[in-house]
Design a protein around this ligand. Structure first.
Ligand code: SF4
Length: 321
């Protein structure tokens, strides 16, 4: 099954010069989406796909290029079609991939589109039963029924993983970074993650974008007070510059992430550092979404300002900082 044709009217591929990462921009008259395809080092060894669940995003994260505008939820077919296209472009039989990871973390807040996400995940699990399926959420307060539905889905579909984007260790700082008001507090995130662990027996992740203001030893200590390393795994992500034309990454950003990751390791966490390829060339990193930003500028009638619009942006730390 390939659902690309009836869902997206155009798809554009943009390659990184090193050819280990490609971006796909999906458009139709009323929506845009991006997916990113990575190989490590070959598609047979490990293929990673990040796909979008919404066009734009209402959460408003201040480091994210999608955070200023929202268009609409994507349908389950529009989500599945992004993955199908990426798989098709690998030229490899997905059943023969040693590792295949599909991450709902390119653009959009998955839990604000939970019904379509669930249908997409069940469909993808049938199409690609060997794929790990990671839901990465900033934890909007969608009510207990929606979280229970995710627990039930995770029980039915064992490769589903759950990651919470935390990014700050104090709620008032997190409110500035993620201005969407109706969201879980840090302690509510901990409770929700532990609930998911109890329901599935699998360890949840918290994701942390390291920047100059949130990467001190005190932050690591606060994370340890909140998240029990016996149950929680940590992802520390390199923050990328959202604006095209500015250097996307530098050694300082990477050092911030690796140093903070080391602090978490010292405190007993199982840590992975996420440093996506293609940040400087095609906007392949977290929250960059250059082509989406361009589409939003060209479609002001469809892209409504989100709560993030007009608020101060968080830029990636500079090499001189
Ligand atoms: S980081 Fe994710 S949740 Fe935040 S605005 Fe961007 S797409 Fe939305």
């Amino acid at each position: 099954m390939n659902t690309l044709t009836p869902t997206w009217s155009d798809v554009r591929r943009i390659d990184d010069a090193a050819q280990n990462v490609a971006k796909f921009v999906f458009t139709r008259d009323d929506a845009v989406a991006e997916a990113v395809l990575y190989r490590y080092p070959t598609y047979e060894d490990r293929t990673v796909i990040c796909c979008s669940t919404q066009s734009g995003c209402p959460m408003g994260c201040r480091f994210c290029g999608a955070g200023d505008h929202f268009v609409r939820n994507l349908t389950s077919s529009e989500i599945v079609a992004q993955v199908e296209k990426c798989i098709e472009e690998t030229g490899v039989n997905p059943a023969s991939m040693k590792r295949l990871q599909i991450m709902f973390m390119s653009m959009g807040e998955p839990m604000l589109n939970a019904l379509n996400l669930e249908v997409a995940i069940r469909t993808l699990h049938v199409l690609y039963p060997n794929a790990a399926l990671l839901i990465s959420t900033s934890a909007p307060d969608v009510g207990p029924d929606a979280w229970t539905a995710i627990e039930n889905l995770s029980w039915d579909v064992p490769p589903v993983g759950l990651q919470f984007s935390v990014h700050e260790t104090l709620d008032h700082e997190r409110d500035k970074l993620i201005p969407f008001r109706k969201k879980l507090t840090l302690s509510q995130i901990v409770r929700q993650g532990m609930h998911w662990y109890a329901a599935t027996g699998r360890r949840p992740f918290f994701n942390y974008c390291a920047h100059d203001g949130n990467s001190a030893a005190d932050d690591a200590d606060r994370l340890l007070c909140l998240f029990d390393p016996d149950y929680w795994c940590a992802t520390v992500s390199v923050v990328c510059e959202r604006s095209d034309g500015l250097p996307a990454t530098n050694e300082r950003q990477r050092k911030l992430a690796t140093d903070f990751g080391a602090m978490l390791v010292q405190r007993g966490f199982d840590v992975r550092v996420f440093d996506p390829a293609g940040q400087d060339t095609i906007g392949g990193g977290c929250g960059q979404l250059w082509f989406v930003q361009d589409w939003m500028r060209q479609h002001p009638d469809k892209a409504r300002p989100s709560i993030g619009a007009g608020r101060p942006e968080v830029h990636a730390p500079t090499a001189e900082a």
